[in-house]
Every structure is written in structure tokens, then in C-alpha cells.
Design a protein around this ligand. Structure first.
Ligand code: SER
Length: 320
């Protein structure tokens, strides 16, 4: 990777992926693109930033040509709960951005990373130690897009030789930008609330297990996979990865150990309840470990300590 374009750079992942890539590949070799002018303005303080609508094929092609891009991280997507509010829009954005990315990667010889998700799985997927290759019949539009995206990305690789690679991200916990409209968002939001008010109302049922990952491991996964020796990759789109699996109740108990006055209650969102119940409880990520050396560093205790520290610092700086 020499010249990297991050599409959807102002989202939860992009906000931290851009500095991670800058550190590894050089400040000027990372182009941060986002649709929203106010986000581009903010990004431009710390990165080469460009306005880009990933659905605008011509503008997307111009950006690739102008910056001589050889690697694309396509992060533009609506998340699972938002997708259910407007399935047509979710299909249009998630698949439109992917198709443009695939076709342009093919045309300009770029490598392409597009995240998949635990949302690619569904009710009749084995929920415990979910295998790499298994039943995938999601019941959300987000998941339908993710499965379609995995298949299309593999197709472009075998049919046209495009270097497509991807991981199935679980919930990503981070303290840069907030996630928006995901089912796993509770595991981020709770820290902000616990630190500020000592109270949090959770929309996901207390005993629902979902896989999670702390952002530093998620960032490491993307660069590690994109740098992996292609001869060792049996799979491409997409690899199961995880580093922890817990329920809301278990996470809140960990927070309460550190913030004794913290109290959580529940107001269940039926959409999030249905989605979270259909997703795996814990993934088997042994293929990622074998094929490209996936080896996460952050467990629940270190993550909780670090999130509380980061949220306290943000609060002290008046950032929220
Ligand atoms: N975090 C995503 C969501 O909840 C899952 O990939 O939608």
C-alpha cells in the first residue's frame, strides 16, 4: 500500500483508521474522503481531505486518478438499526458504494478493503463458535448487503483478479467518533454515560451475547490483513475476527467494579432485540489466526479500563 484512499473517513472506524494509516504509510499518502462538508473541513486539519460521494462514480474515479491511489478502504455504509428504518436507502448506499469501489478497483488496479460484519449471519447460523464457513441467512438489510458484498468481492477477485480482502467486524468499541445506528452501539455509549452521569439505559436485552473488539485491535486487523502474503490466504471475503464476547449485564458489572455508583436499566428496542438475537454469541476466528496471523491484544478488562480513562479525559476537556 503506497497511496491509500479512505472512503467514509469521518465515521467511527475512519476517524481512527486515518491516523493509524498515516503513522504506518506517511501523512501525505493517506487521502481521507467523506460526503459531509463539515466532516471534510474537520478532517482537513489533520489529513489530506477531499469531499466525495461514494455513489458518484465519476468523482470517485477522479479522486483515484488525481492521488494515484493503489489501495482503497471503503467504509461508507449505514449500520444495522438505521438500515431497518430505511432498507431501500441502506441497499442503495451500502451496495452502491461497494459496486463503485469494486469496479474502480478493477479499472485502476487498486487493492480493496470493505468491512463485513457479524451482521452477515442470521438466526439459523450456529451461534456458538460460529465457523468461518457456515449458513449465512441474515434477516436485516444490513446483513443482506454484507453477504452480497462478501460474495461480490470474492467474485471480483476470482473473475477479475481484484485484490479484495475483508474481515467480519464484531461490535467495535472506541472513543474517537461515536458509532451511529448500530446494534452494538450500547457497548460504546455506556462508557460516556457511566462517566458523565453514572446512569445508562440499554436497548439491548441484558443476556444477549455479542462479539466485540477494541479499536486498536480493529485497526491492526485491517493493516495486517492488507499486508498479508496473498499466497497464504485461503479465504478473502470475509474473515471472522473477535477478541471478546459478553452480554450487556456482564459489561455493566465490569463498569460498576470501577465506578461503584454506576446504575444501568433497560428499555428494550424491539428491532435491536431481534437483530442481536439473530447474531452469533461468539465467533471462531481460527482461520484469520492461521492465514494471516490475527492475534488481538485487548480483552474486556483492559478495554474497560482504557475506555473509562479516555471518557474521563474527554469529559475533563469539555468534549461532551
Ligand atoms: N456494529 C454493527 C452494527 O451494530 C455491526 O457490524 O450494526
Amino acid at each position: 500500500m503506497k497511496k491509500i484512499l479512505v472512503v467514509g473517513a469521518g465515521g467511527q472506524i475512519g476517524t481512527e483508521l486515518v491516523p493509524h494509516l498515516q503513522k504506518n504509510y506517511g501523512h501525505d499518502n493517506v487521502i481521507a474522503a467523506d460526503l459531509r462538508p463539515e466532516i471534510v473541513e474537520k478532517l482537513s486539519k489533520t489529513a489530506v481531505a477531499v469531499p466525495l460521494d461514494a455513489l458518484d462514480t465519476e468523482a470517485y474515479a477522479e479522486t483515484i486518478k488525481k492521488y494515484e491511489v493503489d489501495s482503497i478502504f471503503n467504509l461508507a455504509a449505514l449500520l444495522s438499526a438505521t438500515g431497518e428504518k430505511n432498507p431501500q436507502l441502506a441497499w442503495k448506499i451500502n451496495m452502491g458504494a461497494l459496486l463503485n469501489s469494486l469496479n474502480l478497483a478493477k479499472e485502476y488496479g487498486c487493492a480493496l478493503f470493505t468491512p463485513s460484519s457479524i451482521g452477515a449471519f442470521g438466526e439459523n447460523t450456529p451461534h456458538n463458535k460460529t465457523p468461518q464457513d457456515t449458513v449465512m441467512r441474515p434477516n436485516t438489510i444490513y446483513g443482506v448487503c454484507k453477504v452480497s458484498g462478501e460474495l461480490l468481492s470474492d467474485y471480483y477477485h476470482t473473475r477479475f483478479g481484484v485484490d479484495t480482502r475483508s474481515v467480519r467486524f464484531p461490535g467495535i468499541i472506541s472513543n474517537g467518533a461515536m458509532p451511529g445506528g448500530g446494534t452494538t452501539d450500547y457497548a460504546v455509549e455506556v462508557f460516556y454515560h457511566a462517566v458523565k452521569t453514572g446512569k445508562y439505559t440499554c436497548e439491548v436485552p441484558e443476556d444477549t451475547y455479542m462479539d466485540m473488539l477494541y479499536m486498536p485491535d480493529a485497526l491492526e486487523a485491517t493493516t495486517q490483513l492488507m499486508e498479508a502474503d496473498p499466497d497464504k490466504l485461503i479465504h478473502r471475503n470475509s474473515f471472522n475476527i473477535t477478541s471478546m464476547s459478553f452480554t450487556p449485564k456482564q459489561l455493566f458489572a465490569k463498569i460498576k467494579e470501577r465506578i461503584p455508583e454506576f446504575e444501568a436499566d433497560y428499555k428494550i428496542d424491539p428491532v435491536k432485540a431481534r437483530i442481536s438475537a439473530s447474531w452469533p454469541d461468539c465467533l471462531d476466528d481460527s482461520c484469520a489466526r492461521r492465514e494471516w496471523g490475527w492475534n488481538p491484544k485487548w480483552g474486556i478488562d483492559e478495554m474497560v479500563d482504557d475506555m473509562i480513562r479516555a471518557c474521563r479525559e474527554k469529559l475533563a476537556r469539555g468534549e461532551y
